[in-house]
Design a protein around this ligand. Structure first.
Ligand SMILES: *Cc1c(COP(=O)(O)O)cnc(C)c1O
Length: 430
């Protein structure tokens, strides 16, 4: 469907030269652009960044070594990258109303590593949400550095509300006196009560850290309350709802600024990815617009519409719905596993992921749930009417197909999706 001419639009004018020099890689760039254009992308942690962000990412700033911080580098020739990093820092502080910003973390996991580095020593106790209830690997899960190097204690959700069990958080905090109390995760559909977390942290003298990787875009778009006034430190990714380049960042209170900066560099990282830092600056400016605020509001309306519609088909939303960009669904009512649902949707042109649900009877690699998110389809301009249509298509894929692309219902679904994508294309030709 795509040609090198349209790929030029998004990969820059030098794309034709790359295709000639290295057709193997050039063709992957084209076919991945095609893949992103030809399916319904419902992975809650993905989005479609702007051509301006892609251009900054593909720039010569990638060539520059800039260990250190603006005005205090270990290398010469940093005048231009200093300007880019200062702009990224100023824009992040303004966007989030933060005292201090560090825009160098290579990823969300790197940002989190730096937060641990700033406030803890190996062996310290941390309190965070368990992975199987919606947390993240870097929140003290066994296979992660965070689980190996720290004594991680985990809270979960309440069995009835399926939302964070704040009483359990408080009880565990009092029992274990953690250095850090961490809020946030990868599969939390509801707003987090930051005031309650702050009060618990104050009660036991812990640092209150929010990992806002998933929902920071909704904060930037002023669609949900911000953790920044309440938390000592907020880490996040820049590539999820926020819609910037793949990367991480940290904002914090002034009193923690130098600790955080020293933990990012030199404690955890070497030279920053200055092309990504420039792309983060581009993204932060995009997020400060009314257009982005409208986008963030539509992301939530769309996620709610999709969650409700799946619910009407017996694919029950955990907690009964969502306040954010994602919902988590229990498939036990329709008797399909998460892994089968993922496979069936994939064959029908719908990209989503299996996900453990709280108190899941299945193993994580099978799972009883799916997670769906609205950031990408909302970037494509879809609204609640399209979400209802997508909800119907997911239900059909999950319950009426067998995971093969040849299945007649899978074909029908792909045809419907083709029509949707003609009306709401990703990366449209200008
Ligand atoms: C995505 C995510 C991360 C990790 O981000 P990477 O860029 O993949 O390293 C960390 N924490 C949470 C809560 C996340 O959702």
């Amino acid at each position: 469907m795509s040609t090198p001419v349209t790929a030029d639009t998004y990969y820059g004018p030098s794309f034709a030269a790359l295709l000639e020099q290295d057709p193997a890689i050039g063709e992957i760039l084209v076919s991945e652009l095609d893949r992103q254009r030809t399916g319904i992308q419902l992975i809650a942690s993905e989005n479609q960044t702007s051509p301006a962000v892609l251009t900054a990412l593909g720039s010569t700033l990638s060539n520059k070594y800039a260990e250190g911080y603006p005005g205090a580098r270990y290398y010469g020739g940093c005048a231009e990258v200093d300007k880019a990093e200062n702009l990224a820092i100023e824009r992040a502080k303004e966007l989030f109303g933060a005292d201090h910003a560090n825009v160098q973390p290579h990823s969300g996991a790197s940002a989190n590593q730096a937060v641990y580095g700033a406030f803890t020593k190996p062996g310290d106790t941390i309190l965070a949400m368990s992975l199987d209830h919606g947390g993240h690997l870097t929140h003290g899960f066994k296979v992660s550095f965070s689980g190996k190097w720290f004594n991680a204690v985990h809270y979960g959700v309440n069995k009835d509300t399926e939302d964070i069990d704040y009483d359990q958080v408080e009880a565990l905090a009092k029992e274990h006196r953690p250095k850090i109390i961490l809020a946030g995760g990868s599969a939390i559909p509801r707003l987090i009560d930051f005031e309650r977390f702050r009060a618990i942290a104050d009660e036991v003298g812990a640092i209150f850290w929010v990992d806002a990787a998933h929902f920071i875009g909704l904060v930037a778009g002023q669609a949900i309350p911000s953790p920044v006034p309440h938390a000592d430190v907020v880490s996040f990714t820049t590539h999820k709802v926020l819609r910037g380049p793949r990367g991480g960042a940290i904002v914090c209170k002034a009193e923690h600024a130098s600790k955080i900066d020293r933990a990012v560099f030199p404690m955890m990282q070497g030279g920053p990815l200055m092309h990504a830092v420039a792309a983060k600056a581009v993204n932060f400016a995009e997020c400060a617009t009314q257009e982005y605020r409208d986008y963030a509001a539509r992301v939530i309306a769309n996620a709610a519409a999709l969650a409700d519609r799946l619910g009407t088909h017996g694919i029950r939303p955990i907690t009964g719905g969502t306040d954010t960009h994602l919902s988590l669904h229990d498939l036990q009512g329709v008797g399909v596993t998460g892994i089968d649902a993922e496979k069936r949707c994939d064959a029908a042109g719908i990209v989503l992921n299996k996900n453990a649900i709280p108190f899941d009877p299945e193993k994580p690699n099978v799972a009883s749930g799916i997670r769906v998110g609205s950031p990408s389809v909302t970037t494509q301009g879809m609204g609640t009417e399209q979400m209802e249509q997508i909800g119907d298509l997911i239900a059909r894929a999950v319950t009426e197909t067998d995971g093969t692309p040849e299945h007649p219902v899978a074909r029908e679904i792909r045809d419907s999706i083709g029509e949707l994508l003609t009306a709401f294309p990703a990366y449209p030709a200008p």
